[in-house]
Design a protein around this ligand. Structure first.
Ligand code: AMP
Length: 423
């Protein structure tokens, strides 16, 4: 199948050639004709399948046809709502690329940054608005955005949207959207609450499904190192000695952990940066841009921050910890080998995480290859429940001790400076 067979207009085909897309992905083949025929869509697909182009191309095409008949300042005809800033930016970048030979105007709005630039762009008029829910409602309330002219609505990553607690924002948005519209609804998973939400949004939708979460793992070569908690850092250093690992996205569950690993890597003269929820938006964007430009070798990310990062041809993913939810593993490794490219995932497992491997292997229905050439093999056993409790207690005690000593130091320096003032 070729893009030419999907009735796509010449200006978009030309842009796709520039992007060097040779043929449409499965979701694109299935979805583009249905959207062009003005159907509502219930799409079960995750990031990495080519889903963005699957909805962005036909939206641009509809608008291109409409716009030739219209004059004046563009109004928002298509609204795309997505849960994270990173996803919003990437969708907007894709629209820019696919629509570069058309006259379609677009903008992206998201929270965590000043609204001035975003408002300026909106004032000039846009056909397509990509938005995260909070900033969108905010700008609607301030009168900078009107949804009255929207006739195409996309809800992207609906499951993540609910996970992140956006349900009330979505309900509010639905009240503001015109009844007569085409709606496209995408979600990686389809639990009952998502299906229920989709019913409120869609009319006679066509269902489209591509690669359920567990099957993404099939195109990726997966390796597993068993080690001890205390030797993870050394093992990582050993793994990164392999020069073929030119760039890697490294996952860590916690923000503190991500910072710690990044510091350690920088100390070892490995170019690294962390992205997570505590980093400012411009820091995250800078790190991502540097990574994309090849200036950073290891991008350390937490699960939420990494969701939606779109990096072409990312070869390697490292799991610095084994996720306790098997689906998270599939999402993580799905960041490599995107759109049919081959990828490699390397997981590091400490004794406490041994049990998670079994859950993951059950979900992906295959064994992960254990690397035997491992200078830091696992020698310790997982803790018993009693040991775990003791360990947690000890951890808490140390933390309290640390804070108490910091407080003491702080009090001492305060009394020292006030005594100097007295003198
Ligand atoms: P998405 O699922 O929208 O996040 O897309 C995943 C990645 O696949 C992005 O980097 C796209 O640029 C890329 N992509 C989308 N469609 C195609 C295609 N037909 N051929 C090659 N790459 C594609």
């Amino acid at each position: 199948m070729q893009f030419e067979n999907l009735n796509i207009i010449e200006p978009i085909l030309k842009a796709l050639k520039d992007k060097k897309y040779t043929e449409p992905t499965s979701i694109q083949v299935k979805t583009i004709p249905l959207i062009l025929e003005r159907n509502d869509i219930l799409g079960s697909a995750q990031t990495g399948t080519g889903k963005t182009a699957a909805f962005a191309i036909p939206i641009i095409q509809h608008l291109y046809h409409n716009e030739s008949k219209r004059q004046g300042r563009p109004k928002i005809n298509a609204l795309i709502v997505t849960p994270t800033r990173e996803l919003a930016i990437q969708i907007d970048e894709n629209i820019e690329e696919y629509g570069k030979y058309t006259n379609i105007k677009h903008a992206v709005i998201f929270g965590g940054v000043k609204q001035t630039g975003q408002v300026e762009k909106l004032k000039n008029g846009v056909h397509i608005l990509v938005a995260t829910p909070g900033r969108l409602l905010d700008l609607i309330n301030q009168g900078f955005v009107s949804l009255k002219s929207v006739n195409m609505f996309v809800l992207d990553e609906a499951d993540r949207m609910l996970d992140m607690g956006f349900i009330n924002d979505i309900k509010q948005l639905l009240k503001l959207l015109p009844e007569k519209r085409q709606s496209l609804f995408f979600s990686a998973t389809m639990p009952d609450n998502i299906v229920e939400l989709s019913r409120k949004i869609l009319k006679n939708p066509k269902k489209v499904e591509v690669s359920p979460v567990s099957s993404t793992a099939e195109t990726i070569r997966q390796y597993l190192y068993y080690t001890n908690r205390s030797t993870k850092k050394d093992l990582l250093r050993h793994i990164l000695r392999n020069p073929t690992i030119n760039q890697v996205l490294l996952f860590n569950r916690t923000k503190h952990g991500a910072d710690r690993i990044t510091r350690e890597l920088i100390k070892q003269k490995v170019k690294a940066a962390a992205i997570h929820g505590d980093k400012a938006q411009n820091q995250r964007q800078k790190a991502l841009a540097q990574f994309k430009a090849g200036e950073i070798r290891v991008l350390v990310a937490t699960d939420i921050a990494a969701r939606g990062i779109d990096i072409d041809k990312l070869g390697f993913v490292i799991n610095y910890d084994m996720p306790n939810i098997a689906e998270t593993y599939v999402h993580r490794i799905g960041r490599s080998g995107r759109a049919g490219e081959e990828g490699v995932s390397i997981s590091i497992c400490e004794p406490e995480e041994n049990g998670f491997v079994k859950d993951i292997e059950k979900l992906i229905n295959r064994k992960i290859e254990v690397v035997t050439e491992n200078p830091f093999p696992q020698t310790e056993k997982p803790m018993s429940e009693k040991e775990k409790r003791e360990w947690e207690k000890e951890k808490l005690r140390k933390k309290q001790e640390f804070f108490a000593s910091r407080k003491k130091m702080h009090d001492r320096s305060k009394s020292f400076s006030s005594s100097r003032k007295v003198r």
